[in-house]
Structure formats: structure tokens, C-alpha cells
Design a protein around this ligand. Structure first.
Ligand code: CU
Length: 168
């Protein structure tokens, strides 16, 4: 896959939107989205719906964590070595911000299936163990228009993904 609008082809999230009638258990431990050197790390995080995300503050200064939503989420402003948690139980793309540092941002892509992946710099990604069937594949990138495309997965599926287009 090629991301024309970015420096390289990394950090696109590719996922199967949902499989009707299927629900998957979220991971039993929180997934970490850290705050280090005035940045959210990682900048892009994909998680299964119902996942608890931990937001530690690893800097020596206070950070805030909020999302304009909807629903709006505000974990407050808190010092180093403090961790706040939030359960992401609504699918979609969540923008995470810090109201102390306007330049800080992260995106959390909440999916309804465990079949999601972030692309590598070369644009490659792997969706493992997807059961055969017909699905809607979604591709999201911070600097591009999201894409939805029908895919049919068979036992030997190799998919070709179109070039992402510039967001207007
Ligand atoms: Cu901050």
C-alpha cells in the first residue's frame, strides 16, 4: 500500500470493520499509550473495542489527556508517575490531546474485530488468521481520506490495496 500524502507508508491502520454477530474479548491487560518528551507514544494506536488503554505520564511535567469525542473524555491533568485508564467501548477514531501542550496528539483507532494492523514504512501489513469470508476492509491514515473497500478472504488471500488519497 502507498500513502502518497506522508513521508513514508507507515502508520496507516488497516482493519476489518466488523463481522456481524461476532464479539471478541479485549486483552486482559491494558495497552499503554505513554507520554514521553512531550509526545504521546505511540502516535497511532489500534485496539479492539473494550480495550483498556493506560495513559502513564513519564515526563517530569504535568500533562492532560482528553478527547473531544464524542463522547468527550477528560482524564484530567496529572503529574509524573501517575497513570490514568480509559476503556474504549465505542468504535471509531479517537483523537487524544493534551490541553497543556497544543502540539501533542495521538489517534486511537478502535475496531470491532481483532483483525487490524499498522503498516510498516514500506507499506506492508499483515492481518493474521482472518477467517474466510466477505468483509469491509477499512484503511485509515492521519493525513489521508479513509478508504473502505469490500474484500473476500479465502485461504490463500493476498490483497492489493489501492493508493490512499490526499485528504481535502
Ligand atoms: Cu502535555
Amino acid at each position: 500500500m502507498v500513502v502518497k500524502t506522508a513521508r513514508d507508508n507507515s502508520d496507516a491502520v488497516v482493519y476489518i470493520e466488523k463481522i456481524p454477530g461476532k464479539r471478541y474479548p479485549p486483552p486482559s491487560s491494558p495497552i499503554v499509550l505513554d507520554q514521553v518528551n512531550l509526545k504521546f507514544v505511540p502516535h497511532i494506536l489500534a485496539v479492539l473495542i473494550g480495550t483498556t488503554v493506560a495513559f502513564p505520564n513519564s515526563d517530569e511535567i504535568r500533562h492532560n489527556v482528553f478527547s473531544p469525542g464524542p463522547p468527550r473524555v477528560d482524564l484530567g491533568t496529572y503529574p509524573q508517575k501517575t497513570t490514568k485508564y480509559y476503556i474504549f467501548d465505542k468504535p471509531g477514531v479517537w483523537t487524544m490531546l493534551c490541553n497543556v501542550h497544543a502540539e501533542m496528539s495521538a489517534y486511537i483507532i478502535v475496531t470491532e474485530t481483532p483483525y487490524f494492523a499498522k503498516t510498516e514504512k514500506d507499506g506492508r501489513f499483515v492481518l493474521k488468521d482472518v477467517p474466510p469470508g466477505k468483509y469491509t476492509l477499512r484503511i485509515w491514515h492521519e493525513k489521508a481520506k479513509p478508504i473502505s473497500m469490500p474484500v473476500e478472504v479465502d485461504t490463500s488471500a493476498t490483497m492489493n490495496i489501492p493508493t490512499l488519497e490526499l485528504k481535502r
